[in-house]
Design a protein around this ligand. Structure first.
Ligand code: NAP
Ligand code: ZN
Length: 365
């Protein structure tokens, strides 16, 4: 087995205020990377700036990260960080600002690289140190070496490198309290996809499976309540957030598999939120896994107190039915993106182009 996680995690109530000393060790100037408003409304940004002021750390704020961040905005953020003389980057928000902050840290350390140079994965300098503060309970980006960024062609393309692990991640589930029900459902079902996909990856090992199984156990009860239309209690928010971290640790080992890879086109072409896009294909993965390996499935279901039908029903009740219709020609145009694709190859059993054609035709044809 091979397991690597170089990120220091501090979590629980008041985690940001407790992390002042750790943050101060990264330097005297930083760029805060965040989205339009959520980090301000949920209190995370205020907590961070209070700690920076107390420690005498100067900061500038780049708050124009949009959901599914694009590479050009990361280059802009990198230039700003470089001109400001930032010694480290703090990403505050959901997966989008956290992922953008990773690439901004890279761009700031390599200001001569444009978007093509950044995507070359061949960087003269290591990224600046990265500090992350999560405000959604979904991506687990706090603990992954991945940044999912939209390239200039409109396609999502991941950066994955050990140097993109955050040096410090700070988690306080209270920041997720401001999420409306739909964001809670979409991010929660994303965490569920991470855990289930990781579990059924050909790259899974005993460590990643332990994270994935515990993540699914923590998610089932709060997500059932969300599916019934209830916002999570404080205790449930804690469980959702911890499960998202466990999902992040699981996919750090395995990456994601079929549902995530099939889901990207729904976000790119139809604006479907990330979690809902991937979860469209989770019931199909569960059926497929069941047909490949009953015992592997039963080990997951029994450890979490669920079964195939129950888990499928939960996913279906959390995920909106999409108004997406694809002609046979449109499906053929999409198919090449999944040929020779590692995430598809790493899916339990065998998934080929003919099966993907059938899946898309059955769902959207
Ligand atoms: P997100 O795109 O960061 O945010 C979605 C929406 O939720 C935004 O409008 C955001 O507002 C809002 N929001 C964030 N925190 C909130 C809060 N506490 N209260 C109310 N609203 C809040 O959502 P996400 O699902 O966390 O991240 C999705 C992205 O992460 C995708 O690009 C996906 O591909 C990527 N991802 C990365 C990994 C990884 O390993 N790195 C894994 C899975 C997915 P603002 O715009 O104001 O911030
Ligand atoms: Zn995801």
């Amino acid at each position: 087995m091979d397991y690597y996680l170089p990120t220091r995690l501090v979590s629980g109530e008041g985690a940001v205020r407790r992390s002042g000393g750790l943050i101060a060790a990264f330097g005297k100037r930083c760029l805060i990377v965040t989205g339009g408003s959520a980090a301000k409304r949920c209190g995370a940004l205020g907590d961070i700036t209070a700690v920076l002021t107390e420690k005498g750390i100067e900061y500038s704020i780049f708050d124009s990260v949009k959901p599914n961040p694009d590479i050009e905005s990361c280059v802009r953020g990198g230039r700003l960080a470089h001109e400001f003389g930032a010694e480290f980057i703090i990403g505050v928000g959901g997966g989008s600002p956290m992922d953008a902050s990773k690439v901004i840290a890279l761009s700031a350390a390599n200001p001569e690289l444009d978007s093509v140079g950044l995507y070359s994965m061949n960087w003269p300098n290591a990224p600046l140190p990265i500090v992350l503060v999560g405000t959604t309970a979904g991506t687990g980006s706090e603990l992954t070496p991945v940044a999912v960024i939209t390239n200039t062609d409109g396609r999502k393309k991941s950066f994955r490198a050990e140097s993109l692990y955050a040096s410090l991640s700070i988690g306080d589930a209270r920041y997720t309290a401001s999420m409306p029900l739909s964001v809670t459902a979409s991010t929660g079902v994303d965490a569920l996809c991470h855990c289930v996909e990781s579990y059924f990856s050909k790259k899974a090992n005993d460590i990643s499976r332990a994270f994935a199984m515990r993540g699914v156990s923590l998610l089932l009860s709060p997500l059932s309540n969300v599916a019934a239309g209830n916002l999570p209690t404080a205790r449930e928010r804690e469980d959702l957030y911890n499960a998202s971290l466990l999902g992040g640790m699981a996919i750090s080992v395995t990456g994601t598999i079929m549902p995530h890879n099939l889901g990207y086109f729904l976000t790119e072409n139809y604006g479907v939120p990330h979690g809902f896009a991937c979860a469209q294909f989770l019931p199909t993965l569960l059926e497929h896994a069941w047909s490949c390996d009953n015992d592997r499935c039963d080990a997951l279901f029994s450890s979490c107190g669920t079964n195939l039908q129950e888990l499928k029903s939960l996913v279906l009740s959390l995920t909106p039915k999409l108004d997406v219709h694809l002609s046979a020609g449109e499906i053929e145009t999409l198919l090449p993106r999944w040929e020779n694709n590692n995430a598809i190859k790493n899916t339990i059993g065998n998934v080929d182009t003919a099966q993907i054609r059938d899946i898309l035709t059955g769902m959207f044809g």
